[in-house]
Design a binder for this molecule. Structure first.
Ligand code: SF4
Length: 392
């Protein structure tokens, strides 16, 4: 009897949507350095602030669900390298923050500075006390894992051999809601925002919600498009889970808009002046005059909550064709990563294969900026090699 030759087990790389694909789009070289001695994908890139906000919101939701403490919740953060204030309650945002910080610390993740930590607590307090009362009643599932397998397409313009024919795509959706929007009061700002953008929603559907530890990007920025493709790809993954309803919309919550920094206000003023943002203060409103009068060096103005909510909440309608198309665009990003992996194996070096493509904000927070050959702003901004592809 002739025995069949043993074939090699096929490689099916497993990619996280945010930890791998979005991180690679943010900076190819940073993404590679984060993988240390292994070839990607192995160690996803995550920034401390984004993870802190996610952790606080998840823990706050669980406390709200079991005990429903009335808002506003107290917020007494532990002083940096100090002891927790005595007799803090379980739902104190300082107590929740301590739990999240210690989990991150155990994973080697720490805030970049005391200012980063202070502003993270300020934003966490705003997110829990202002957004929480609108968001938490809508939640059906929190931190929902989603996974799918996709073919790596063969592209005519890609000659580099790829090590895999399929890849696994996975992610964690922050919040899934299938609560009928009419079951929450019409004063609910998330319900209002969804119904404004998707007025014809009827029947059974889901909405997925994702926290962003950033300001609302300008509408011509690469991050604006990335946010949309990310939400739609989550929708593709969610639509492929057996227990799901069709996803009708995605909501991005830009947490920094609830408590903007001076740098973010400067960016906002510029974006309003250059007509690069879709949410401006109402003409003649106090928010408009506060923004117009504000100068760098002044304290942060007290913008109305309505205006901050309008900046923080972005709704993206989703249908199954749009979700499939978005997933196809990320196929292209997988091909770019796999090409870099292959070229590194052949050439035996990292720097010639993985492009330093971070923008200024990414480079300022990058662990590798002192060894990077081309950090921004030394490298002109806008020369990123990697973008969400315009065609699948
Ligand atoms: S410093 Fe900037 S360009 Fe260099 S690796 Fe870090 S993020 Fe990328």
């Amino acid at each position: 009897m002739e025995l069949a030759r043993k074939t090699e087990n096929p490689i099916i790389p497993s990619y996280s949507l945010t930890g791998d694909l979005i991180s690679f789009l943010r900076c190819g070289l940073q993404y590679r350095y984060h993988n240390q001695s292994s070839l990607p994908p192995s160690r996803p890139v995550q920034l401390w602030f984004g993870e802190f906000i996610h952790g606080v919101m998840e823990n706050a939701y669980r406390i709200w669900k079991s005990d429903a403490p009335l808002f506003p919740w107290p917020s007494n953060p532990t002083p940096y390298q100090g002891d927790p204030p005595a007799d803090r309650e379980l739902h104190d945002i300082g107590t929740i923050g301590d739990m999240v910080e210690s989990t991150l610390r155990a994973g080697g993740k720490n805030p970049r500075s005391t200012e980063t930590r202070r502003s993270a607590y300020e934003r966490a307090e705003q997110a829990v006390n202002n957004l929480g009362q609108h968001l938490f009643p809508l939640i059906q599932l929190a931190e929902e894992k989603v996974i799918g397998t996709r073919d790596v397409p063969v592209l005519a313009d890609h000659s580099v051999p790829i090590r895999a024919e399929k890849y696994e795509l996975h992610g964690i959706i922050d919040v899934v809601t299938n609560v009928s929007l009419t079951e929450v009061p019409n004063t609910n700002v998330i319900r209002q925002a969804i119904q404004k953008v998707c007025p014809d929603l009827t029947g059974d559907f889901e909405v997925i919600i994702d926290y962003k530890g950033s300001q609302r990007p300008t509408t011509d920025h690469e991050y604006w498009k990335q946010g949309e493709w990310q939400v739609k790809t989550y929708a593709w993954l969610r639509n492929n889970q057996p227990d799901s309803l069709p996803v009708a919309a995605g909501v991005l919550l830009y947490i920094n808009e609830l408590a903007p920094s001076a740098r973010e206000l400067e960016d906002l003023k510029k974006a309003v002046r250059n007509v690069q943002t879709d949410v401006i203060p109402k003409p003649g409103s106090q928010d408009e005059s506060l923004l117009n009068m504000w100068k760098s060096g002044n304290s942060i103005p007290d913008f109305s909550l309505d205006y901050r909510f309008a900046r923080a909440i972005r709704v993206i309608p989703v249908d199954s064709e749009g979700a499939e198309e978005a997933a196809k665009r990320f196929d292209r990003v997988v091909i770019d990563i796999e090409s870099c992996v292959n070229q590194e194996v052949v050439a035996g070096n990292i720097l010639d294969q993985w492009v330093p493509s971070g923008d200024e904000d990414t480079c300022v927070a990058c662990d590798f900026r002192y060894i990077c050959p081309s950090p921004a702003p030394r490298r002109a901004h806008g020369n990123s090699k990697y973008q969400v592809p315009t065609a699948p």
